[in-house]
Design a binder for this molecule. Sequence first.
Ligand SMILES: [Zn+2]
Length: 64
Amino acid sequence: MYSRTQNDNGSYNTRCLYCFLTIASAVETEQELDRIEGNHVCPEKALSQLLAERSNVTAHALRN
Ligand SMILES: [Zn+2]
């Protein structure tokens, strides 16, 4: 999930909605935005996935 904004000169900024980092600013094209967003390894998203996995493991352990 990313929040894109456009500057007065037509270039773009994009911000990750998980970690609230601006991961690109003054990007010229939407293709470039797609590429940069695709390359963002989000620490917050990784953490939430890890926690979700852990709660699955806990739920599984409780069932046995
Ligand atoms: Zn992020």
